[in-house]
Design a protein around this ligand. Structure first.
Ligand SMILES: *Cc1c(COP(=O)(O)O)cnc(C)c1O
Length: 411
């Protein structure tokens, strides 16, 4: 028999979303009538239609493929120049940030990118993650063998957990110890927190002093409303020498089902070999991409490019305004209900303290049974999430207004 990767056996079985699905299924089977009223604010998936500009561009691309003279087969693994240029010009150069098109790698999603990036790093790095955290960062490190076993609280040996609490604004304090890879996600999923410029400056300083690499997930940057909050880690001086940025069209462009994202690896970003010699990371990721990936679909890249047209920009803006309008209503409803509320101002997630000492899962059951609303228990994102729950603003306005009424009616 073939040997297996036993690291997979360290993964915790009761993963968050399957457990939510199990409880929702049990509830709907036992309460068919209440099941009709069920509103899902759990999983962070967008709900509104794909922007028209994207649909037109994708239709056109399909027709190009339907004509022998404009047909496209394999494209460049790193992405088509039309999209890499649009990204470099609009997301970086227009903001005065020195990122070149060939430092941008197009992919089919940030989930894959944040997981796959570990391919280019060696064994033995100290990995720091926030607590609470987007579970992908943790589980991909477990799978590749960067951790020991999980303890009874689900914390893995070998990982450095950076606590995010109301006291630090859900942005981790700079640790005493040295970490080699640090995952930061701002605006944050699940807490909806944002990192200020001084906070990011402190992290860039730390990374440069310690030779660490920041893995900066900016999937939600388009939701930032406050003009003082950085959209990119490359707004911080010196970040080109210590950071990789992940961006996705999933949440701003409604691409969760279409699939398109990108990674920015500056050519000046270095890692080191065992013998201490510096080695640029950019060629390693480029080689990885060419070897293990054959490029995102032409149709999808044409759709993503259309997000950068004038129509695309105004349609994206309307989507963001819709979701942030939902977030504002949810924040207000929770405040009026006397709950402590975080996030929801520069991010589509509202992070709420559970009332009267309820645990996250107790609050999940209360919301399910009394309000017929599915939320996400904070403890599913890490032990520091215990005592909180997350409400997603990705929904129709009518559903959000109904959720607000039900929150007001909670006992
Ligand atoms: C939704 C999300 C992404 C985007 O993932 P895709 O694979 O591009 O859909 C990335 N990071 C976080 C934290 C997310 O919540």
């Amino acid at each position: 028999m073939a040997l297996i990767n036993e690291n997979f056996l360290k993964l915790k079985a009761g993963y968050l979303f399957p457990e939510i699905a199990r409880r929702v299924k049990a509830f709907t089977e036992g309460n068919p009538e209440a099941a009709q009223r069920l509103i899902r604010c759990g999983i962070g998936d967008v709900t509104e239609a794909l922007p028209e500009a994207v649909r037109y561009a994708m239709h056109e691309a399909v027709d190009e493929l339907g004509n022998r003279s404009t047909f496209k087969g394999y494209g460049p693994e790193q992405g088509y120049d039309f999209l890499r240029n649009a990204i470099a010009d609009n997301d970086y150069k227009a903001r005065g940030l020195p990122i070149e098109a060939d430092e941008i790698f197009i992919s089919d999603g940030s989930k894959c990118d944040t997981g796959n990036i570990l391919d280019i790093f060696g064994q033995g790095n100290t990995i720091a993650i926030t607590d609470p955290v987007y579970p992908v960062y943790v589980d991909t490190n477990v799978m590749i063998g960067n951790t020991g076993e999980a303890d009874e609280n689900g914390a893995y040996a070998g990982l450095v957990y950076l606590k995010c609490t109301p006291e630090n604004g859900f942005v981790p304090d700079i640790p005493q110890e040295k970490a080699d890879l640090i995952y930061l996600c701002y605006p944050n999923n699940p807490t909806g927190a944002v990192a200020t410029r001084p906070q990011l400056e402190a992290w860039v300083k730390y990374a440069r002093e310690n030779g660490s690499v920041l893995l900066y997930d900016a999937a939600y940057e388009a939701f930032i409303q406050d003009p003082t909050i950085p959209h990119s880690i490359f707004e911080i001086e010196g970040a080109r020498d210590c950071a990789i940025e992940f961006r996705s069209f999933s949440k701003n462009g409604g691409f969760t089902g279409v699939r398109c994202a990108y990674v920015v690896i500056p050519k000046s970003l270095m890692g080191r070999k065992k013998n201490g010699e510096a080695q640029a990371l950019h060629p390693l990721w480029s080689r990885r991409h060419s070897t293990k990936f054959n490029g995102a679909s032409y149709i999808v890249q044409k759709g993503a490019e259309a997000l950068y047209t004038d129509e695309g920009k105004s349609q994206t803006k309307a989507l963001i305004e819709h979701y942030m309008g939902n977030a504002a209503l949810l924040v207000e409803a929770c405040k009026n209900a006397g709950l402590s509320v975080f996030g929801g101002v520069n991010a589509p997630y509202v992070w709420v303290g559970c009332p009267a000492g309820l645990t996250s899962w107790q609050m999940f059951d209360k919301m399910l049974n009394e309000a017929n609303v599915v939320i996400t228990p904070g403890s599913g994102f890490g032990s520091a999430g215990e005592g909180y729950f997350r409400i997603s603003a990705f929904n129709s306005r009518a559903n959000v207004e109904e959720v607000c009424r039900r929150i007001a009616a909670l006992k």
